[in-house]
Design a protein around this ligand. Structure first.
Ligand SMILES: O=P(O)(O)OC[C@H]1O[C@H](O[C@H]2O[C@H](CO)[C@@H](O)[C@H](O)[C@H]2O)[C@H](O)[C@@H](O)[C@@H]1O
Length: 387
């Protein structure tokens, strides 16, 4: 697998500035298409002076504002749950991304005779979004549901958090964990050889906790000193912005602005962008009220899913159905891998309509829990799950 990507900046100082170019940069980055690769915002050189600078600030702000829309579309229906009015945008959206609960029979019909592999994002999927990232605890009921489902299906957590942090939150040893958006994976010892498994950063070692052999894969290992450097710069440059919070995610850094006054969001964006000018090998992605600084390598949650499937000996098998559940932009890479390879299903967790590569949707973590419990009940009923 090619680990190094060549990114061509969309705008350069030498390229002529045309109206259409200006217009495309007034759109949120997510709508400009060309500025993203695999869901990642490219590191774009900026014109230092004049209108282009202002255009960029609009782009920043739009992207930051649209990163976590308020759940204003939810209306409840007497029939347990969903919006039911045809004029309701959420109702119409559900036609394109049907509820995985309402479509449970369809999903399990397809899964009959297949081995399901489960991939779960953490924040916004297993735990509700809260103001303080250090307090994004998952409920005991959710933990029990994940534990149970992992008894029946190989289950991995794939998070933007550091692997240690997300492991600490989830607290289950029977799962596989991928932290730093898949750049730090602990999975089973490989069952098949592939290019990624032959990568020098793929190390087989024993964990001392359980004494079992595992694969440790850290494709961005060489970036560690750089990440620590940028971490310190980001802490320093946001120190005076009330509410800004920097989180060390080991191979990436999160800059949270959820608790920053909206008037200062542009300032956060500018400061972060200024710091990144000194780090051309790092780039930025947008999450839910968070800017994520990460290495420029061709690796994402989608590649992490493929890596884990290979490790489990489940990749490219007709009798395997991977299901990935996630809520954020970085999860789109995983949805895309499943959709494009016609391999399995992506399930987007969202209470507001948004475009996605997922096939189904769930409204919030409580519905995720219900879905996981339903999978267990289905699996426990052998007649249903095997015929
Ligand atoms: O891939 P994920 O597991 O979804 O991680 C993505 C980011 O999640 C966390 O931030 C988000 O959740 C916080 C707690 O609810 C919330 O305060 C924040 O606004 C959200 O963006 C995590 O703290 C970040 O480091 C991850 O990048």
């Amino acid at each position: 697998m090619d680990m190094n990507s060549n990114h061509t900046p969309v705008l350069t100082d030498s390229a002529p500035i045309t109206n259409s170019r200006l217009h495309s940069n007034l759109l949120p980055y997510s709508h400009t298409g060309a500025t993203f690769s695999h869901g990642m915002l490219l590191n774009i050189p900026r014109k230092k002076t004049g209108i282009l600078e202002d255009v960029f600030s609009c782009g920043w702000l739009d992207a930051m504002k649209s990163s976590s829309p308020p759940p204003k579309y939810i209306t409840k229906d007497v029939n347990q749950g969903f919006a039911s009015s045809e004029s309701d945008p959420y109702f119409n959206w559900l036609l394109k991304y049907p509820s995985a609960l309402a479509s449970f029979d369809q999903i399990t019909n397809f899964a009959k005779g297949k081995r399901i592999a489960l991939f779960l994002d953490y924040d916004g999927t297993l735990s509700p979004i809260v103001d303080n990232p250090d307090c994004a605890f998952m409920s005991d009921n959710m933990r029990a549901a994940v534990k149970k489902v992992a008894e029946y299906f190989p289950t991995a957590i794939i998070s933007g958090r550091s692997r240690d942090k997300v492991h600490e939150f989830v607290g289950l040893t029977e799962l596989y964990y991928a932290g730093s958006h898949g750049m730090d994976i602990i999975g089973p010892v490989r069952q098949s050889q592939s290019v990624s498994h032959n990568h020098p950063n793929c190390i087989v070692k024993s964990t001392d906790k359980q004494g079992k052999k595992v694969n440790l894969f850290q494709p961005a290992a060489e970036f560690l000193p750089m990440i620590n450097e940028v971490l310190n710069s980001l802490i320093e440059c946001t120190r005076d912005i009330k509410g800004a919070k920097i989180e060390n995610n080991k191979f990436c850094v999160s800059v949270h602005y959820r608790n920053v006054d909206e008037k200062s969001w542009d300032l956060v964006g500018r400061r972060v962008n200024d710091v990144l000018k000194g780090f051309p090998r790092l780039r930025l992605t947008h999450g839910r009220k968070v800017l994520e600084v990460r290495p420029v390598i061709n690796w994402d949650k989608g590649k992490a899913v493929t890596f884990l499937l290979e490790s489990l000996g489940l990749n490219n098998c007709d009798d395997v159905l991977p299901i990935y559940i996630g809520d954020d932009r970085t999860d789109e890479d995983a949805f895309k891998v499943l959709r494009e390879g016609n391999k399995g299903y992506g399930i987007l967790v969202s209470s507001a309509p948004k475009e996605s590569n997922a096939s189904y949707s769930l409204r919030d973590p409580s519905e995720v829990m219900e879905f996981l419990k339903s999978l267990v009940v289905w699996k426990q009923s052998p007649l249903k799950s095997h015929i």
